[in-house]
Design a protein around this ligand. Structure first.
Ligand SMILES: [Zn+2]
Length: 386
């Protein structure tokens, strides 16, 4: 087994450069910078390292950068995936001024996930420095918009076929092999508008929503009592949005409820919507004049990969060899781009650095863990693509 020394100074300097470039997601914060500048920086760096670089930009102003180390042929192809966008910086004093103290770099995106981008660049540099030639392609995908609608990875998954992918979201160097999905639903109950005094005409949509909510509350308790996924626990739901009626003196003609349902692997959006339809039917069975519909607004599948999958074993072995510790196989409760890659038929696993403060005012990443990550990724790439 060869080892690939990582140029730590280069990695740290790259991360500092990336933090200095504002790449706040404009879908989260209207008017924010977006990915154009950071994509240009990364494209330049990847070209300088000898990669074939293309920019995917189906949505104008929202580019993703794909750099490929072309293999000699006959090997498996692997994608390293990291997002370039960050959440907003409102509560931060100097979000784009990276500082290092105590082996940690601070700044917006340090942990989520410019540190991983810098580690991926360090991998490509280490392999180039060591003049390694692989049979399969090694692809670095720096993607847009993970923090909002994942248009970057969606486009990359359509345009760049690979055998396997490593999403480098933070995992404290453990191996994430599952995460939950979610389905956003809207239920609307229909009433009849009437002057507030005309009880014999009006049908109150809000009161009808109350009946539905009673049943939804029981479904919520039922979900949490279901046998839990070993890494992710039980599915769940909540009702974060409720809006109905127009004014105090008028019967509410319509009431709308937003439901977020968190799913475990194996549950589909059709299943989830079906459960809600059953509740509507049950309410209607008691009162045939009850009228309601359910619509699916957005569905993102849960993700799971077998611990026996080739990419999982390769990354696990690489981590064990480097740190003499078996990384834990973990699940994460929140959704990541990994599900889009898996849905496209790409065998995917998640591993990333140690840090804290994602989406808060005090974000930091542990620099040693980035160096460790780069070593693990480099060795995994060589084994997988050789
Ligand atoms: Zn992230």
């Amino acid at each position: 087994m060869r080892s690939f020394p990582i140029d730590r100074d280069h990695l740290v300097a790259t991360l500092a450069d990336l933090i200095r470039i504002d790449s706040v997601n404009p879908s989260l914060v209207p008017g924010a910078a977006g990915e154009a500048a950071i994509a240009e920086y990364l494209a330049g760096r990847l070209k300088a390292l000898g990669l074939a670089v293309k920019t995917l930009e189906a949505t104008p102003g929202r580019p993703s950068v794909v750099g490929t180390v072309q293999g000699s042929g006959g090997g498996r192809s692997l994608m390293l995936n990291a997002h370039m966008d960050t959440v907003g910086v409102e509560a931060m004093v100097e979000p784009f001024a990276p500082t290092v103290s105590d082996g940690k770099m601070h700044g917006r995106g340090a942990y989520d996930m410019k540190g991983s981008l810098a580690a991926c660049l360090a991998v490509v540099k280490a392999l180039a420095d060591a003049r390694v030639s692989l049979r399969g392609d090694l692809v670095l995908a720096a993607v847009a918009d993970e923090e909002y609608a994942s248009i970057g990875t969606a486009e990359v998954a359509r345009q760049v076929p690979v055998n396997a992918a490593i999403v480098t979201e933070p995992t404290e160097l453990d191996l994430c092999i599952a995460h939950k999905g979610f389905v956003w639903l809207e239920v609307e109950t229909m009433g009849r508008a009437a002057h507030g005094s005309r009880f014999f005409e009006g049908i109150d949509a809000n009161m009808r929503m109350g009946r539905f909510l009673g049943r939804l509350d029981r479904l919520e308790q039922d979900l949490r009592a279901r046998s839990p996924h070993p890494l992710l626990g039980p599915p769940s739901l909540h009702a974060p949005l409720l809006r109905g009626g127009t004014e105090l003196s008028t019967y509410a003609a319509s009431s709308r409820l937003g439901i977020e349902r968190r799913t475990v692997p194996g549950e589909t959006s059709t299943d989830v919507q079906g459960e809600i339809e059953v509740l509507i039917e049950q309410t209607r069975a008691v009162d045939p004049s009850f009228k309601a519909v359910v619509r699916c607004l957005l569905a993102r599948n849960a993700f799971e990969v077998s611990p026996e999958a080739a990419i999982v074993k390769v990354v696990r072995d690489a981590a064990m060899r480097h740190s003499h510790r078996t990384p834990s196989l973990i699940g994460k409760p929140f959704w990541m781009d990994s599900a889009l890659l898996a849905d496209a038929g790409v065998e995917t696993v998640i591993i990333g650095p140690i840090g804290g403060g994602a989406h808060t005012a005090e974000e930091w990443v542990d620099l040693q863990s980035l160096e460790d990550l780069a070593v693990i990724l480099a060795n995994a790439a060589v084994t997988y693509c050789e």
